[in-house]
Design a protein around this ligand. Sequence first.
Ligand code: PEP
Length: 252
Amino acid sequence: MENRRPMIAGNWKMYKTCSEAVAAARSLVALAGDADGVEVMIAPPFTALTGVFDVIRQSNIYLGAQNLHWEAEGAYTGEVSGQMIYSAGCRYVIIGHSERRQYFGETDESVNKKIRAALAANLRPVICVGESESEREAEKTFSTLDKQMQKGLEGLSLDQMDSAVIAYEPVWAIGTGKTATPGQAQAVHEFIRKFLADRFEETTAHKTRILYGGSVKPSNIAELMALPDIDGALVGGASLDPETFNNIIQYR
Ligand code: PEP
């Protein structure tokens, strides 16, 4: 994985007021602000983006958003565009998280539009894919991922794919305390890399970072990161506490 810089990303979901987010960002900067072997990203709620950016801007920590709308601007009450979150300091945006697919009706088609909008706004998309428990039980894990990636990445060029990060998040492992076994995770990551090689080029597959997400914590990160096709983690619950998140960042 010579060319792939490991990445640890924190998804704060709908947690933390502005002052709580700023305080957590301050603690994280003190603990991990100069991390250099690992790229660190945090994705606070929209309301805390600018406040957190002020705290992390001089550090090595990147800012991400948890969602965006696909239009640049317009009469879309309650929505936020890529340009807006870029101007708040974001360089990453999480797209297609399973909670958005499950509770807010996101589809592979809307994911595709959002990826294009993110790229047009100079944001790096962190594209989430993953199977549900029933899909895994029905042995549909690979066909589900194939469909999510075929449709989600439709029309993207090689250059565009170079800016993207994929996050494999088995839905049954998110916030449940269940983690995919190393064997299960590695098999899917290998499948995703092969998909990228077939759909784009071998070099794209080699360069693209594929993160694992689903109940990652300090006690399981090292084992996951030791796998050849896991290049980092997208962390939900365990990213909310700066010390715990730092213990994941310092997994080596
Ligand atoms: C997530 O929100 O992307 C996630 C993986 O959550 P958790 O780490 O809490 O399972």
